[in-house]
Design a binder for this molecule. Structure first.
Ligand SMILES: [Zn+2]
Length: 236
């Protein structure tokens, strides 16, 4: 193979490596961010349950205070009942006792219902906390792994970019601008094999003379259509 073609193939290999590393690296921040979001969504969900639970407890405490005053009200009426003189007074106080007693029962029931809800919510919270802790641990480990991987691949990319500078400097000066121009157009497919009598880049059929020159390899040949540099590849 023509030595210039060998130099360009080396460049192309490096450019391919750079492209692959860049693609790999560009996908990593999104993955890390997604995991971080999942962790923070779980935190928010737990905080909401905690808030609900606190609100229930506050409401229950208020009801308990209300219950105490309702009970003493009932107690007061019962004591008054002993001292009534007329049947009219008796009927009135009895009415008050029934009403106060109903109020006490209603409050007691409401408090019991709330207690039950609080217990259920607290149990749910405990289960969700445990599940979230497991998932957070898993996701945090994955984030750490991806960050480590990012650092590793970034370092690798830095090294490959240095290799590219060296390979570019090793490339015959006359072909450097052309390589870079074609690289801008085709990406890391500047060099293509002549395959089945056609350019492996654009599939243009090559005339026999050109094919012979490519096979002999004394001169550097470019595809007349896409301008890619061509090398001879043995048919398999
Ligand atoms: Zn071509």
């Amino acid at each position: 193979m023509n030595p210039v073609m060998q130099q360009m193939l080396r460049m192309q290999q490096i450019d391919n490596d750079i492209k692959q590393l860049e693609e790999k690296l560009s996908a990593l921040p999104t993955r890390i961010q997604k995991l971080r979001q999942e962790i923070s969504h779980r935190v928010v969900a737990l905080e909401k349950i905690e808030k609900d639970l606190a609100a229930m407890a506050t409401r229950r405490r208020n009801l308990e205070t209300e219950l105490k005053s309702a009970e003493s009200r009932l107690e007061r009426f019962r004591k008054q009942q002993d001292f009534v003189k007329t049947s009219k007074e008796y009927a009135a106080i009895t009415h008050e006792i029934v009403s106060a007693s109903e109020n006490v029962s209603r409050l007691e029931e409401e408090i019991l219902n709330l207690l039950e809800s609080e217990e259920k919510t607290a149990r749910e919270l405990g289960e969700k906390r445990a599940a979230a802790a497991r998932l957070d641990e898993r996701d945090s480990a994955e984030i750490a792994r991806l960050e480590e991987y990012t650092a590793h691949e970034t370092e690798l990319l830095r090294g490959v970019r240095e290799d590219r500078i060296a390979a570019f400097n090793a490339l015959d000066e006359r072909y450097r601008p052309n390589y870079e121009l074609l690289f801008k157009i085709h990406g890391p497919q500047v060099v293509a094999p002549a395959r089945q009598e056609a350019c492996g880049g654009c599939m243009e059929i090559l005339v026999p003379n050109l094919l012979i020159e490519i096979r002999v390899g004394n001169i550097v040949v470019q595809c007349p259509r896409c301008r890619r540099f061509l090398y001879y590849e043995k048919e398999s």
